[in-house]
Design a binder for this molecule. Structure first.
Ligand SMILES: *[C@@H]1O[C@H](CO)[C@@H](O)[C@H](O)[C@H]1NC(C)=O
Ligand SMILES: *[C@@H]1O[C@H](CO)[C@@H](O)[C@H](O)[C@H]1NC(C)=O
Length: 785
């Protein structure tokens, strides 16, 4: 402060008091500037306070208020007429002023780190007038720092990592301590770092707090973690400075400084020869002190006689080498293998390769153990062929198996009967020759896959398996037949030469060059004036009309016997009968009414089932009327035609039970098929006349009881048969009569004796009986004779 320049400050002397560290001494600096001012002779001017700073030491511990300083005005003559007043920050709470003397005291302990200075205002008033004798002025009380804060590590404790084997002086981490004391004043905030724990491995730079490695070759595998204690001390580390500490956990991170090493120079494993391919033979592991990727391993077979037979791969989790079989072992061929196996680190640090190769070798010896093995067939699958015409005992082929063991015990053959349930084949137990044991049918089974067994005669538990596919060669043993049941009609207005049906044929045989069929009318029908047949030479034939003027009333059904021959050698043939119904057609040749009306009924019948039933009841009524009429007429020659009509009417009645989709309900042939005793095939070979007029018959009238049993048996059979078509003619019949079936039939016993009564009775019961006969293969014909 240049006092010389403060001449204009003529009223107020500011006395600043400096207090020394003890805080108790005080020096009063007071200077009167009035004299020089007046001497200058300048006009007297009111000037403001000359403000200054007071300094007060923080953290005063005494009991009395701490003296800060004194305000004094020149106007103050010491007579008590001047009053000093203090205002501003902390006035009257922290700082008080003696209004008479101007002495300022601090009443509280002050903390620089809380507030470093206070701005206050001072006033000098005339006690009497209360008028300021000086203008108000501002001044500052500054808090003087003492070293009352120790350094602190705000970010501690620290953790850090450094690679193992790092060179000396590699920095690890920097620690920082902060000191709340005044960094601009003294050394209270000047910190110096030192290491209390962690030597000699680590050091810390005193000024920066950077921690560095202090030893070379620090090995993670020896010790991987260090706990350091770092101290920060203020007052530049001098005695009396305050200090703080922190801990630093330093982890050494792994580097690949350890090569893999097999614990042993050689290993030996025993393996049964039966162990399947891909089985694990052994697991070996090269040790590696490193961790993670630095311990990742690669194994390979570098040498030895087991190359190609064994394989080594690495287990990613355990880093073990897994030796597996790659090719089937055979004790009889080779009894031991030697493998040279190398283990190498996957990731090698070039820095450490000077330590030597990061790989190791070991020898693995594998001893193959003998196992008693089942016989082995010379081939896994034998293919053989045999003609279906082959006689029982024909040799088909030979299989062979041998015991692979050194003992080479003899082998006995057999056929696994589960694969030849019907025992079509035999095998010679000693020679392995397979023969037929039964006649074969290609049409039933074209291929037989059988399993042959070879058993060691000394040890029946050792069974080898071979597979034989026996293909049956076709011979022409099936005659051709119609490809389907043809539903043929001819229109009443048909013209001669009109094609009314195209037919084709099928044959169960399978000739290598395909089928060739030849069609013709049978010799008896060759001069048929009604229809003719034309072979289309493409395995089909056309049936044509030969005349016009077909009349339903005249003849409603024609039967045309057609002869079909196949091209086999020798060829087979059959006669198939085509049934042709005469129909009334519209102009377009669409059948409108045939004699069997059910045949052309539209499929939409279903919509009115009730109406259909009503229609049937009506038909029945008509039928009854018709029968009554017939009985009166008693014209025998009409029996067949009439009877047929009646039968057909009954059949229509059956339609109601057959369901709307049952368009074939009228077909008595289908009903007849229910009778398994009969062979439908035979029907094709009879001429139409024969078929129409004569049916297989019972030669004698059946006994009442037998017949009743027969019917009930059939009834039961039909009831339980899930495959039977849904004809309910059986039920219909049962409900229709008054009294039991058997009873009504029983009256037939007398028929043969009384022809008149007989016919009357038949025309009454005829329809039912006829149906019954059709179903069970007994025609009414037999009862007429
Ligand atoms: C026989 O085996 C062959 C394959 O081996 C197979 O394709 C064929 O369906 C088998 N035949 C029979 C009848 O099991
Ligand atoms: C051809 O039709 C007439 C008239 O219906 C018939 O009398 C004759 O028996 C039929 N011929 C053959 C071979 O069916």
């Amino acid at each position: 402060m240049k006092l010389g320049k403060v001449e204009f400050c003529h009223f107020l002397q500011i006395i600043a008091l400096f207090l020394c560290l003890s805080g108790m001494n005080q020096a009063e600096l007071s200077k009167s500037r009035s004299k020089p001012y007046f001497q200058s002779g300048r006009p007297r001017t009111k000037r403001s306070w000359v403000w200054n700073q007071f300094f007060v030491l923080e953290e005063y511990m005494g009991t009395d208020p701490l003296y800060v300083g004194k305000l004094h005005s020149d106007v103050d003559k010491g007579d008590g007429s001047i009053k000093y007043i203090l205002s501003g920050e902390g006035a009257s709470s922290i700082f008080i002023i003696d209004e008479n003397t101007g002495d300022i005291h601090a009443t509280k302990r002050l903390d620089r780190e809380e507030q470093a200075y206070y701005t206050l205002r001072a006033q000098a008033l005339d006690r009497l007038t209360n008028k300021p004798v000086e203008p108000e002025s501002e001044f500052v009380i500054k808090i003087q720092d003492i070293n009352d804060n120790e350094p602190k590590f705000l970010d501690g404790p620290y953790t850090a990592g450094v690679p193992e084997m790092s060179p000396v002086g590699t920095s690890v981490v920097q620690v920082t301590a902060t000191d709340a004391d005044d960094p601009t004043y003294g050394n209270s905030a000047r910190v110096v770092y030192s290491i209390l724990q962690g030597q000699p491995y680590f050091s810390v730079e005193p000024k920066t707090g950077i921690i560095k490695t202090a030893l070379p070759n620090m090995d993670r595998e020896a010790k991987d973690q260090y706990l350091l204690v770092i101290q920060a001390k203020d007052m530049v580390g001098q005695n009396g400075g305050l200090s703080g500490t922190t801990s630093v956990t330093v982890t050494l991170t792994d580097v690949n400084d350890n090569p893999p090493r097999f614990p042993r120079r050689s290993y030996q494993y025993n393996v049964p020869e039966s162990l399947p391919v891909a089985s694990v033979v052994a697991r070996i592991k090269a040790a590696d002190a490193d961790v993670g990727p630095n311990a990742e391993m690669e194994y390979k077979i570098v040498d030895g006689d087991g190359l190609g037979v064994f394989k080594i791969s690495v287990d990613k989790d355990t880093q073990e080498g897994i030796i597996t079989i790659q090719k089937e072992l055979d004790f009889e061929a080779k009894t031991s293998y030697t493998l040279r196996i190398e283990a190498a680190n996957k990731h090698v640090d070039s820095h450490f390769q000077s330590l030597g190769p990061f790989s190791d070798m070991t020898t693995v010896k594998i001893i193959v153990e003998d196992v008693d093995e089942p016989p082995v067939f010379t081939s896994r699958l034998y293919s053989m062929v045999v003609s279906e015409a082959a006689k029982v005992g024909t040799i088909i082929g030979t299989v062979a198996a041998h015991d692979p063991d050194v003992s080479n015990s003899p082998v006995r053959y057999s056929i696994d009967r589960n694969t030849d349930l019907e025992r079509y084949f035999n095998i010679d137990a000693n020679t392995g020759v397979i023969t037929t044991a039964k006649s074969l049918d290609r049409e039933t089974n074209a291929v037989h896959n059988i399993t042959v067994l070879a058993m060691e005669s000394q040890n029946p538990a050792q069974i080898g398996r071979g597979y034989v596919a026996i293909t049956i060669l076709d011979i022409n043993d099936n005659a051709p037949e119609f490809a389907m049941e043809y539903e043929t009609t001819v229109c009443e207005n048909a013209q001669p030469g009109q094609v009314i049906q195209k037919i084709s044929a099928v044959d169960k045989d399978d000739p290598p060059s395909g089928h060739q069929f030849y069609f013709s009318l049978t010799a008896e029908a060759a001069n048929n004036h009604n229809f003719t047949l034309q072979d289309n030479k493409d395995n089909t034939a056309s049936v044509l009309t030969r005349r016009n003027g077909f009349r339903r009333q005249e003849q409603s059904v024609f039967y045309l016997p057609i002869f079909i021959v196949d091209s086999g050698s020798p060829s087979l043939s059959s006669t198939n009968t085509l049934t042709i119904r005469v129909c009334d057609c519209d102009a377009d040749g669409i059948a409108q009414t045939c004699n069997a009306e059910a045949y052309i009924l539209p499929a939409g019948l279903s919509t009115g089932a009730l109406i259909a039933i009503l229609a049937c009841v009506l038909t029945l009524l008509v039928l009854v009327l018709l029968i009554v009429t017939m009985r009166r007429r008693k014209k025998e020659p009409l029996i067949f035609d009439e009877e047929r009509d009646i039968r057909e009417n009954i059949v229509r009645y059956d339609d109601e039970g057959g369901g709307e989709e049952d368009t074939e309900a009228f077909d008595m042939a289908a009903l007849r098929n229910l009778n398994i005793i009969r062979d439908t095939k035979t029907r094709r070979d009879v001429t139409p006349e024969i078929q129409f007029l004569s049916r297989p018959t019972f030669k004698s009238i059946p006994d009442n009881v037998i017949f009743r049993e027969f019917i009930w048996e059939r009834l039961k059979e039909a009831d339980v048969d899930p495959c039977a078509p849904p004809y309910d003619s059986l039920q219909t019949y049962a409900f229709e009569g008054n009294g039991s079936v058997a009873e009504s039939l029983s009256s037939l016993d007398s028929i043969s004796s009384n022809s008149d009564q007989n016919y009357d009775y038949l025309s009454d019961w005829g329809p039912r009986f006829k149906r019954l006969a059709d179903m069970y293969g007994t025609g009414p014909d037999s009862f007429y004779s």
